[in-house]
Design a protein around this ligand. Structure first.
Ligand SMILES: Nc1ncnc2c1ncn2[C@@H]1O[C@H](COP(=O)(O)OP(=O)(O)OP(=O)(O)O)[C@@H](O)[C@H]1O
Ligand SMILES: [Mg+2]
Length: 458
C-alpha cells in the first residue's frame, strides 16, 4: 500500500517536473521570439527613421501625423515634435489641393479606393512648393484601425533639370526657326541678287550708248534746223540754180526730206527718252537695299516689276496676251526696303501669270476672248497704311491649297517650275520686315486676290 502511494507521488512529481521543464522551454522560446520581434521592430524603426532619401510619414484615420521620419523633417521643414498630432492637410498640402486630398484619403481609408503614386507639389514650412514623387500604403493596426503611410521622394533636382532641358529645347527650336528663316532669305536674295545684278548690268551698259545717242540727236536736231534754214535761204536767193541742182533736188525729194528729217530726229529723241525710262526702271527694280528703310515710290516698284515680267505677258501659242490694268491712288512715298518689296510684287505677279497660264489650258479662242486673261493692280491709302491689291482671273485655288500657300516648300507646280518659297518669302518680307499684312482670297476656277498692306511709317 505504502509502495503504491509512493509510486503515485513519484508519478505526480515527475509530471510536475515535466510541466516545469516544458514551461521553462516555452518561456525560453517566447523570450527568443520576443528578442526577434524586438530586433525586427528596431530594424523597422531604424529603416523608417534613417532612410535619408525617402520622407516617410504615417497618418491615423483622422489624418493626424503619428510618425514623421528625419527625411520628412528636412524635406518639409517641420521637426518630428512639430509634426506629430497635426493634420496632414494643415501641414504639407497647399490650400488649392486640400479638399481634393481629404476626399482622396477618406475614400481610401473608408472605401478602399487606393491613391495611385504620382508627382505632387507639396508645401514646405516656409510656404515654398516641394516637388515629390509620392506613393502610399494602407495598414490595419491591432485595434483594426486603418493607418496611411506616405513615402515621398524629393524630385526637385529632376524637375529643375527637366525645366532646364525644356528651356534649352525651346531655345534650340527658336534658333532652328531663325536659321530656317535666314536660309529662306538667303536662297531668295541669292536668286534676286543674281537677277538684280544682271538687270543692273544691262541697264548700266545701255545707259552709256543711249546717253551718247541722245546727246548727239539733240545736236543733230539743232544742226538740221540750221542746215534747213541755210538751204531755204539758198533757194530764196538763187531760185534758178540750174538743171543739175534742180534734178538732184527732185531725185532726193529735198522738199519732203527737209520736212521729214526734223520729225525723224524728234522720234529718235523720244525713243532715247523711252530707253532711258526703261533703263531707270530696271535700275529701280534691281535696287539693293540698305540696312535701314528708305522712302520709296511704290508705283515705280510695281511698274518696274511689270517691265521685268513683260516677256511673260506677251501672247504665245497657248493663249493671247495677258492684260495688266493699273489703278494707282495718289500715294505718298513709303518708308520701306524697296528691293525687298519689289521681290514681293515679283513673287505675286509671277504666281498670277502662272495661274493664268494654267487656266488657259483647254480653253478655246472664243472662251479666252470672252473672258480675257487679266491682272488688275490697285493701290489705295487706308488710314496710315498703303494697300496694294493684285487680282487675277486665273485658275484660283481650293480651300485646302489656300490654307497651305504660305508654308515653306508648298507648291502645286511641277518639279523645276516651283520651289514653294515665293509666298513664304513674300509674307516674311511684308509681315516681319515691314510690320504689314498679306491676305489672300480666292475662288477655285474664278481667280485670286492678294492684298499687301504696308504701314506708311513703321
Ligand atoms: N494667284 C494664284 N492663283 C492660284 N494659285 C496660286 C496663286 N498664287 C499662289 N498660288 C498657289 O500657291 C502655291 C505656292 O506659291 P509660292 O509662290 O509660294 O510657290 P510656287 O509658285 O509654287 O513656287 P516658287 O517658289 O517658284 O514661287 C502655288 O504652287 C500655287 O498652288
Ligand atoms: Mg511663286
Amino acid at each position: 500500500m505504502y509502495f503504491k502511494e509512493c509510486i503515485s507521488i513519484l508519478d505526480f512529481l515527475c509530471s510536475q517536473e515535466a510541466i516545469f521543464l516544458e514551461n521553462a522551454r516555452l518561456y525560453e522560446e517566447s523570450q527568443r521570439n520576443l528578442d526577434i520581434l524586438r530586433e525586427s521592430e528596431q530594424r523597422f524603426r531604424y529603416l523608417f527613421e534613417s532612410t535619408p532619401t525617402i520622407a516617410m510619414q504615417c497618418y491615423n484615420r483622422h489624418r493626424q501625423v503619428i510618425a514623421w521620419n528625419t527625411a520628412s523633417e528636412s524635406l518639409y521643414g517641420y521637426s518630428q515634435t512639430e509634426a506629430l498630432g497635426k493634420q496632414l492637410e494643415d501641414l504639407i498640402i497647399p490650400p488649392h489641393m486640400r479638399e481634393f486630398v481629404i476626399k482622396a484619403v477618406n475614400k481610401w481609408l473608408f472605401e478602399g479606393i487606393p491613391i495611385p503614386p504620382s508627382e505632387l507639389g507639396l508645401m514646405h514650412k516656409d510656404g515654398s512648393i516641394v516637388s515629390v514623387y509620392s506613393s502610399h500604403a494602407i495598414f490595419t493596426n491591432m485595434a483594426g484601425e486603418k493607418e496611411m503611410y506616405c513615402f515621398d521622394i524629393d524630385i526637385r533636382d529632376r524637375k529643375a533639370a527637366e525645366a532646364a532641358i525644356k528651356q534649352k529645347s525651346q531655345e534650340l527650336e527658336q534658333a532652328l526657326q531663325y536659321l530656317q528663316e535666314a536660309q529662306l532669305q538667303i536662297v531668295q536674295s541669292e536668286k534676286m541678287s543674281a537677277l538684280g545684278n544682271l538687270v543692273a548690268g544691262v541697264a548700266h551698259e545701255i545707259n552709256n550708248p543711249v546717253g551718247f545717242i541722245a546727246g548727239n540727236v539733240r545736236e543733230a536736231i539743232a544742226s538740221v534746223i540750221n542746215i534747213t534754214e541755210y538751204l531755204r535761204l539758198y533757194q530764196e536767193k538763187f531760185p534758178n540754180p540750174g538743171d543739175e541742182i534742180t534734178q538732184k533736188a527732185a531725185e532726193f525729194e529735198i522738199e519732203y526730206l527737209l520736212e521729214d528729217l526734223p520729225k525723224m530726229l524728234r522720234s529718235m529723241e523720244i525713243g532715247c527718252e523711252r530707253i532711258k525710262n526703261i533703263s531707270n526702271s530696271l535700275t529701280t527694280f534691281s535696287r539693293s537695299d540698305k540696312d535701314y528703310k528708305v522712302l520709296f515710290d511704290i508705283h515705280k516698284g510695281i511698274d518696274s516689276t511689270i517691265l521685268i515680267l513683260k516677256h511673260r505677258l506677251k501672247a504665245n501659242k497657248k493663249r493671247p496676251a495677258i492684260e495688266i490694268d493699273t489703278e494707282y491712288d495718289n500715294l505718298p512715298q513709303v518708308k520701306c526696303f524697296p528691293g525687298q518689296l519689289n521681290q514681293v510684287f515679283m513673287n505675286i505677279l509671277a504666281n498670277a501669270i502662272d495661274a493664268l497660264d494654267e487656266s488657259s489650258i483647254g480653253r478655246n479662242c472664243a472662251e479666252l476672248e470672252n473672258n480675257p486673261n487679266r491682272i488688275n493692280i490697285k493701290t489705295f491709302l487706308e488710314d496710315d497704311r498703303v494697300k496694294i491689291s493684285i487680282v487675277d482671273n486665273g485658275k484660283g485655288m481650293s480651300e485646302v491649297v489656300k490654307q497651305k500657300i504660305f508654308d515653306r516648300q508648298f507648291t502645286t507646280k511641277s518639279v523645276g517650275k516651283g520651289t514653294g518659297l515665293g509666298l513664304a518669302i513674300a509674307r516674311q518680307i511684308v509681315v516681319d520686315k515691314h510690320g504689314g499684312n498679306l491676305e489672300v482670297s480666292s475662288v477655285l476656277g474664278e481667280g485670286t486676290e492678294f492684298i499687301i498692306t504696308i504701314p506708311l511709317n513703321e
